[in-house]
Write a protein that binds this ligand. Structure first.
Ligand SMILES: *[C@@H]1O[C@H](CO)[C@@H](O)[C@H](O)[C@H]1NC(C)=O
Length: 349
């Protein structure tokens, strides 16, 4: 028996050493993030804990509008030991939908892409869309990305957009199978549109799901027929896209692992698809779904959850998670609260 144990340990060690998946992170980059350089916002716990990220809020600024903001982003991606090599990057499509290569907006996207690819080794930048809606309106943005890559971007200068990522959230497990199949048809149009990019498959497709999206009310798999195949719906999501991130919505590594496995981890591995694991760091309820640092003794936050509310405790837990299952972790999101500098527990990188 001991020999098997030794062999297993050895195999696990080798697998850990050669595994490319757990060596870097992905990250959501939304339009705005916390900004301690705004007057009245630095070390302002009241404002930080209140986390008012509505458009009129003073403490949030655009994540990539200036050189300083972009350098903050690239330096966060390059943080030693916590490198980020994939970002889901919001707010490109408004400029690209002008279809005018010489416009200020398109030039801004071009120089930002080139800068990111130059300053962060191996970085893959996915244009992120999040309109929401059962008809998946995000599908209509994809042709603008294909236009941009084909007509404007010089890939030799790193100006290309590497993929499209959709955060739609409209899926509902109480829909009947006709409605579900129609939603899958609409999701599939994201991929059909992305595949108009030459060479086919060069523009990657990514989708975000909730960990329970494949389960009916009683916890059983939702099985539907789509594309000529009858199978659990989570497998359809995996089949359609190049990669999926699963919003596991819990801070402990054991729950994260259970939820990821329940979202067809084994199937994804078998199909050669990447199943990423999303860690919420944004303010959300209940408190144990997120690493966001609720103020101590907050009525919404159980006492045990405070063991997971700093950046260092978060990484300790994510490391434990990845030692058990080699899924890339997606940090959600840049400057909210990761790398925000809002409080000392969540430093700016
Ligand atoms: C802290 O933020 C709150 C809420 O935004 C604001 O009302 C207050 O003036 C700020 N405090 C300081 C010292 O600037």
């Amino acid at each position: 028996m001991w020999l098997i144990g030794v062999i297993c340990t050895f195999v696990h060690l080798i697998a850990t050493l050669i595994s490319p998946i757990s060596s870097s992170y992905a990250m959501y980059v939304w339009r705005n993030g916390w900004d301690p350089s705004i007057s009245g916002c630095a070390n302002n716990l009241t404002a930080f804990y209140a986390w008012d990220d509505t458009p009129s809020s003073p403490c949030f600024t655009h994540t990539w509008s200036t050189q300083e903001k972009r350098d903050w982003l690239w330096s966060t991606c390059n943080r030693p030991g916590r490198e980020i090599s994939q970002i889901f990057f919001y707010d490109t499509v408004t400029a690209l939908s002008t279809r005018d290569c010489s416009s200020t907006g398109v030039q801004w996207v071009k120089s930002t892409m080139a800068e990111g690819h130059r300053k962060v080794q191996g970085l893959k930048i996915y244009a992120l869309f999040s309109d929401g809606g059962e008809s998946v309106p995000e599908q209509s943005h994809v042709p603008h990305i294909v236009w941009y890559n084909t007509e404007c971007a010089n890939a030799a200068l790193g100006e290309q957009i590497d993929g499209v990522a959709v955060n739609n959230e409209n899926w509902d497990v109480t829909w009947d199978s006709v409605r579900m199949a129609r939603y899958l048809d609409n999701l599939n149009r994201i991929v059909i549109n992305a595949h108009t990019q030459e060479p086919v498959g060069s523009l990657k497709t990514h989708f975000s799901v909730g960990w329970r999206w494949g389960k009916s009310g009683n916890g059983g798999d939702i099985v539907i027929t789509w594309g000529g195949k009858s199978q659990p719906v989570m497998r359809h999501f995996i089949d359609i896209f190049d990669s999926i991130d699963v919003q596991v919505a819990f801070v402990t590594s054991d729950a994260m692992e259970d939820r990821l496995r329940g979202a067809e981890w084994d199937y994804a591995v078998q199909q050669g698809k990447s199943l990423l694991t999303t860690a919420y760091i944004n303010k959300a309820l209940p408190c144990q779904t997120t690493y966001f640092p609720f103020p101590i003794n907050d009525l919404d936050c159980p006492a045990w959850a405070y063991d997971y509310k700093t950046e260092s405790m978060m990484f300790q837990e994510l490391d434990a998670f990845q030692s058990r299952i080699p899924s890339r972790v997606v940090l959600h999101h840049f400057r909210g609260a990761y790398s925000s500098g809002g409080i000392p527990d969540w430093p700016k990188h």
